[in-house]
Design a binder for this molecule. Structure first.
Ligand code: HEC
Length: 122
């Protein structure tokens, strides 16, 4: 039993990608992340990514927290401008039969639509 618990803990720790901050303060990026406030689609989408994805997607694996323009997201390969349904950021979602966000519930309809609207309008 103890061994199983330890294995589970190890699994959870290793899938969190070396996260090294307190995820309870989820809005740490929205203050001063350099996003143009007039780009409301990105601001809205980034709030979802910040809440649901950044805890794992920043660290040694990659660094989504530094992607503060549409162009950087496109260049990163996570999204295809104007085509949400061909974008890995969308196709990997539980909403579309994928596995993201890992270890968290499916995005709400509002969160999902914020991502779709952002990408499709690019
Ligand atoms: C609990 C940790 C965790 C959370 C939360 C999480 N991911 Fe991931 N994600 C991973 C890991 C680990 C990988 C790399 C392994 C793989 O591809 O399965 C990954 C890979 C991906 C990839 C493949 C490309 C890449 O960057 O490696 C996409 C796209 C992705 N995740 C999207 C998302 C989105 C969108 C969210 C938020 C809605 C999210 N993930 C939330 C852990 C997480």
């Amino acid at each position: 039993m103890i061994k199983k618990t330890l294995q589970l803990l190890l699994l959870i720790t290793s899938t969190s990608c070396g996260q090294s901050w307190n995820t309870n303060s989820k809005d740490f990026l929205l203050s001063g992340n350099g996003i143009d406030p007039s780009n409301t689609n990105l601001v809205t989408a980034f709030a979802v990514i910040n809440d649901e994805c950044i805890s794992c997607h920043t660290g040694y694996h990659n660094s989504w927290s530094t992607l503060n323009t549409d162009q950087l997201w496109i260049a990163n390969g996570s999204i295809v401008a104007g085509s949400a349904l061909s974008s890995p950021l969308i196709t990997r979602l539980k909403n579309r039969g994928g596995d993201m966000p890992l270890l968290s519930p499916t995005l709400t309809e509002t969160q999902y639509n914020a991502l779709i609207n952002w990408i499709d309008a690019l």
